[in-house]
Every structure is written in C-alpha cells, then in structure tokens.
Design a protein around this ligand. Structure first.
Ligand SMILES: C[S@@+](CC[C@H](N)C(=O)[O-])C[C@H]1O[C@@H](n2cnc3c(N)ncnc32)[C@H](O)[C@@H]1O
Length: 533
C-alpha cells in the first residue's frame, strides 16, 4: 500500500505539529544501526490465518481472539526503494538532497547524502549489488529533472535484482498480486510504466523482459507500503503485511522502524478481534468521504470498496459526506453510495430537495480547491472555512473534520495561539473541536489509533490549563477539581497507552512521553485533594 493510498497526508507543516498520521507509517530514528540483510523473522504465536475469497483474494483473519494493542505481524522488509515522484533523494537513506547536500556514491556516482550514509551497503538502502549495476549507468547531473525521473525505475530494479541477489525474497515478492490484466485494460498506468520504467531499463541496457518489469511495477502499486516520515520518500514490500485486506474502518494500525535492521513493519490490532474476524487496514485516507475514498481505492488498488462504511449513506452515523440542504438545513445524502452516478437527496423534514451526482462532484471540487488554498498554519483560514460553509456542508463533513483536525493541533502551538496565552474562549474552542473529532474518530478509526491517541492528548491540554486557572482563581471547589482532573487523567492515560506503541523518537512517541510526564505532574495534586483515581 503506497502512501498515496495508505497514508494520505494532511496539509504539510512542520514535523509533529498537526500532520495526520492515521495511516502513516511512522518515520523512526531508533539508535540501532542497520546490519546485514535480515532473514524473515520466525513467527511466534501467530494469531492469524490466511483465507481466500473470490472478491478479495487472500486475506487475513484472526485465528484466535486478539487483544487491542497486540502485535499481529512484525517483519523486516523484502525490498525498500524510492517512491514514484519522489524528490532527488539519497539512495541509501532516502533523505531529500539539494545541491549543498548532494554527495556521490564512490562506486556508482549516484546521489548519496555522504560517504558514510547508514544506508550504504544495505539491502534496505543502496546495496552493493545495486551499486555494481548502476556503475554501468552513469547518472546525468547536467539534467537533474531527468535524474529525478529515473528514480522511478530504481525500486523496480531493486526488486528485479533480488532474483539473483536474494532468491528467497524474490520468491516472496513474486507471490504478490500485480493485477496486470486490469492495469493493462485501464490504459493509464500501463503506458506510464512503459515509458518511465520499461523503456528506461532498456535504455540502461538491462536485460529484463517487458512483461516481468510491468509485473514488478504492478506488485509495487498494489502491495507496497510507503515508509518514512512526513517526507515519505520510500516504499517497501513486506512478506505478510501485504495480505491484509482493506476496510474503510480499519482494525489495525502500522508503523515502520527506519533505523532498525531490515526496516521492520509492525502491524498492531487497534481493536479487539474475535477468532474469525477480518484483520483489516485502510488503503485510503479515513478522513475522506466515501466518494473520494472509493475513487482513490479504485484508481490505485483496482477494486470497488463495498465495506460497511461505504455502503451506508450516513457512513456509520458520522455523516462524513453530508451536505446541508439549502431549503430546510437538513442533511443531503447519497441515495446509493456505491453508485457514484446516483442522485443525492435531503433526508430530513420531508424535504424533496435533490442534487445530481455531477453537481455534487462540482461542489466538492470547489470546496476542496478552496480548502487546499489554506496555509497549513493558518488558524483563521481554517476557522473562516468552517464558518463560510456552515450552511453548505454538515458540521461533520470530512472537510470540516480535516479543518478541525488541523485546528486541534494548531490551537496551543502556533504564534498568537500559544497554549498558556490563550484566552478561555479559545481554550474552550480547542476542547470543542477535539470532542467533535473524537466522536467521529471513535467510529472511523476506533480503538488504539494514532488519530485518537493524538486527539486525546490535544484534548487534555486546554482542559488542564482551564482547570489550573479556575483552581488558582478559587473558582472551583476541591471536589470539582478532583472530578476535572479525573477526566484529564482518563484522556492522558489512554493517549499514553496508544502513543506508547509508537517508536520512542517519533512525534507520537514523544507525545506519549509528554503524556506520561503530565500524568506524573497531576499525581502531585493528590497532596492537595487526595487520591484522584
Ligand atoms: C495488497 S493486496 C492484498 C492481498 C491480495 N488479496 C492477494 O491475494 O494478494 C490488495 C488487493 O487485494 C484485494 N482486496 C483487498 N481488500 C479488498 C476488499 N476490501 N475488497 C475487495 N478486494 C480487496 C484487491 O484485489 C486489492 O487490489
């Protein structure tokens, strides 16, 4: 699952300050250095079994009850390489390079960050066998755009090199679905791969069959996970994780560890599973509406999603795609959500208002274009958007949720809105936003999801400030104080638990540490008010 599917990014801003990570494989900087290629980890206490269906192909179900938070799959990568459309990056560590940071591999002269790049000589980075191959394909530094374009062929090349360099990994990779027939029939992706990958490899003098190259491209499109942080310049294939079926309300979360040998991926249950339950992840962005998610899945994964969320016009009661009726202010929903050409209609107040599918598409496009113009740090911009369209889209429409998600992280962290300087009204606004988000996240990403963990953390902060201020002003009794601290402890405890699953140096891992520290501080209040929980 490449990041375009598995981890749609929210508007770009600095690391750890508001990017949506619901499906994002985390960028991790653990201290361990990467060693030699890792064997596929022996699977202990396997809690899943592989099943097969006409519709989904192979998929995983729980072979026994699984607790929320339990690791389902943990395994090293089969192959890691640059994403399509990535910037000019180091072939070893995938960091973006510019002219000042650009060094060259001593062997093949392809771009590296330095001669001591930790990814040098590693199969998850710039391997010796890749270097030997690229020695005969000198990079053209006079045309950096073309050099960057040539990266599109590097990940397919890394996969093909495994045939001889590591046949076991090649066998594992070859078992993956490429959807060649569908990709060929659709007529868009195939010619792009033909030009950018197949013809380039021919130009490079590599002796692979066209069909074989196309198949590897398909395997990558259908099965690769994007890995790395907010930059996400790399994608990786995993031997088991690819088997997870898609659902728009996923039952797992996943994370990768950049500096651990083999760049392992960990898939964890976000909710409890009963034996026989489908184990799923979301190939799309959960904070999108049905039309967008299904369009994306069809485009990049070649199937029509018909999960419970997609089938339900209310999206499981979240109303994440609902418009406001211009006649009666009721909710306008699709009459048949699995049919993008179906009419939309007002479902409230016996109103006969209808919208055609093209007018819905047009309206969504207009709204999305305007939403995307908002700067990632612009609190007033997001608030303005919410206000301007309050009579056009339902308050839980996914564009409102996205705006609120940004606001939940901006309030308290950006200039003019630093948490300790925020007036009561703004603190209450942050609380209101976080609570609105939690209602939706509890449904679309239930359990131990990063979205919930981060939002719970954001929710605790204004509550704590208001509580402290009220206590200092003697505006609340000790009993009130205890009740309010109990609520804050509940949010922090869950946040610390959820985010504690993330790598310690990731933004979420650091948030988990902050949540644990905050819990320790709250404990000191017990000297004043007695036991809190
Ligand atoms: C990453 S692969 C998953 C493994 C695949 N089922 C197999 O047997 O190799 C993704 C592909 O699985 C199928 N798939 C996954 N989830 C699905 C779902 N919810 N409905 C229909 N097909 C699904 C689609 O063919 C999709 O392109």
């Amino acid at each position: 699952m490449n990041k375009k599917s598995h981890k749609k990014k929210q508007k770009k801003r600095g690391r750890g300050d508001g990017k949506n990570k619901e499906n994002i494989i985390e960028d991790v900087h653990d201290d361990k250095d990467e060693g030699s290629p890792e064997p596929v980890v022996e699977k202990k206490n396997v809690c899943y079994e592989i099943r097969q269906s006409e519709v989904m192909g192979r998929y995983l179900v729980a072979s026994r009850d699984i607790r929320a938070g339990e690791v389902i799959v943990e395994e090293p990568a089969i192959a890691v390489g640059p994403c399509t459309g990535c910037a000019l990056i180091c072939l070893g560590c995938y960091r973006e390079l510019d002219e000042t940071s650009l060094a060259k591999c001593r062997g093949c002269k392809w771009p590296m960050c330095s001669s001591s790049c930790p990814g040098s000589g590693k199969y998850t980075g710039h391997s010796t066998y890749e270097c030997d191959t690229l020695k005969d394909i000198p990079p053209d530094y006079s045309n950096l755009e073309d050099l960057k374009d040539s990266y599109q062929a590097l990940m397919p090349l890394r996969c093909l090199l495994l045939k001889t360099a590591d046949p076991a990994k090649w066998t594992a990779l070859s078992a993956m679905e490429a959807h060649n027939e569908m990709r060929k029939a659709r007529g868009d992706i195939w010619p792009i791969n033909e030009k950018n990958v197949v013809q380039r490899m021919k130009k490079w003098g590599l002796q692979y069959e066209d069909q074989e190259i196309h198949t590897v491209c398909g395997i990558l499109e259908v099965n690769a996970f994007e890995v790395g942080g907010s930059g996400a310049n790399a994608r990786a294939l995993y031997d088991r994780a690819y088997l997870l079926a898609h659902d728009c309300t996923p039952t797992t979360t996943h994370t990768d560890s950049e500096r651990v040998p083999g760049r392992p991926l960990t898939i964890r249950a976000s909710v409890p599973h009963k034996a026989g339950d489908l184990i799923s992840l979301c190939y799309a962005y959960t904070l999108q509406g049905t039309l967008k998610r299904r369009e994306h899945i069809k485009h990049s994964k070649f199937f029509d999603c018909s999960c419970a969320r997609c089938r339900d016009p209310t999206e499981l009661g979240t109303y994440a795609s609902a418009f406001r009726c211009p006649r009666c202010s009721g909710r306008v929903l699709p009459t048949a959500p699995l049919d993008p050409a179906a009419m939309w209609h007002c479902v409230d107040n016996d109103c006969q208002y209808v919208m055609t599918a093209p007018s819905v598409q047009l309206l969504l496009k207009r709204l999305t274009d305007e939403y995307e113009q908002i700067d990632a740090n612009d609190v007033r911009g997001f608030e303005g958007f919410l206000h301007k369209y309050r009579n056009v889209i339902h308050s839980t429409h996914y564009l409102c949720l996205s705006a609120k998600h940004s606001l939940s992280q901006l309030y308290g962290k950006v200039a003019e809105y630093m948490i300790h300087e925020m007036p009561e009204a703004e603190l209450n606004r942050k609380i209101e936003i976080c609570r609105d988000l939690m209602k939706a996240f509890d449904i679309i990403e239930p359990g131990y999801s990063r979205l919930r963990g981060v939002t719970l953390y954001e929710l605790h902060a204004p509550l704590m400030i208001l509580t402290t201020r009220d206590f200092e002003k003697k505006a609340i009794t000790k009993d009130n104080l205890r009740t309010r601290l109990k609520e804050i402890v509940k949010y922090l405890t869950e946040s610390a638990l959820i985010l504690g699953f993330e790598p310690s140096q990731s933004s979420e891992g650091l948030m988990a540490t902050a949540a644990r520290d905050a819990l320790k501080k709250i404990k000191t209040w017990e000297q004043i008010i007695g036991k809190i929980s």
